[in-house]
Design a protein around this ligand. Structure first.
Ligand code: ATP
Length: 231
């Protein structure tokens, strides 16, 4: 487990709750804050400490000792004014890492000007992920690098099983598909930068990087269908 850190999560909408509970499950010390007491009650037992206060009041945050925290996540979205005010307070407390959530481009640009460590756009990130998931069938997980390029975890098409990477055309980065094989996940084992003579076996997962259209060709539904009928 990574070193336990103290993280404050402010704003317990769906996004804030997911961030707070996931960090807690990862073993971190999570202080969750919302001005709405019922949101705080709902989180009892799922984070280290949950408290109902107005986070735009600096005295409330100081009372909670937040200035000693290493990380803070401002998960307030729709209430732009509160999001910006809380971010200003946290930055003025010199918290090393402040991550803020934005709902609109203007909101995000304003947060950037406050020199937060990063701005996240949950709505548009989800939209982009959904679009990729829909149009890259066979992809288990996708991480966007640019709008047309990404990392993916894929199940190798059936026709490549029991072949070496070289035989299936994956060897020597970019030789056949223009994609790089970063790793093979075989049960709990990770084979990093696999050798071109590595055999692909059932239940292997390939971690690849490349342009979306090339990834799409590799995992293309046609290839799966052809193979399924020849099994
Ligand atoms: P989500 O999309 O994550 O569900 P939302 O858009 O429904 O969020 P937001 O308006 O972004 O809701 O607010 C998220 C949470 O932030 C709410 O639970 C709200 O009570 C809390 N919040 C808003 N202003 C403050 C504040 N000043 N202090 C503490 N919590 C606040």
């Amino acid at each position: 487990m990574a070193q336990q850190t103290q993280v404050a999560v402010i704003g317990l909408g769906r996004f804030g709750v997911t961030v707070a509970t996931t960090l807690y499950q990862m073993g971190h010390d999570v202080l969750a804050i919302d001005q709405n007491p019922s949101k705080v009650q709902d989180l009892a037992g799922q984070v280290t400490y949950a408290v109902a206060v107005d986070a735009t009041d600096e005295a409330n945050l100081r009372e909670l000792g937040i200035e000693n925290f290493e990380y803070a996540v401002v998960a307030i979205g729709a209430n732009t004014e509160a999001s910006i005010m809380v971010t200003v307070i946290l930055k003025s407390m010199n918290i090393p890492v402040v991550v803020a959530r934005a709902n609109t481009k203007l909101h995000g640009e304003t947060l950037d000007r406050l020199r937060v460590s990063s701005v996240v756009y949950p709505e548009s990130d989800m939209g982009s992920k959904l679009a990729h998931d829909l149009f890259l069938p066979g992809v288990e997980q996708y991480m966007e690098l640019t709008s047309t390029y990404g990392f993916s975890k894929i199940k190798p098409p059936l026709k490549y099983l029991n072949q070496t990477l070289k035989e299936s055309g994956f060897s020597n980065i970019r030789d056949r598909y223009g994609i790089a094989v970063i790793a093979i996940q075989r049960e709990n084992e990770i084979i990093l930068s696999p050798d071109e003579n590595e055999n692909l076996v059932e239940d292997d997962i390939l971690v690849i990087a490349g342009p979306d259209d090339q990834i799409s060709k590799v995992v293309g539904a046609n290839e799966f269908k052809v193979d399924e009928t020849t099994e």
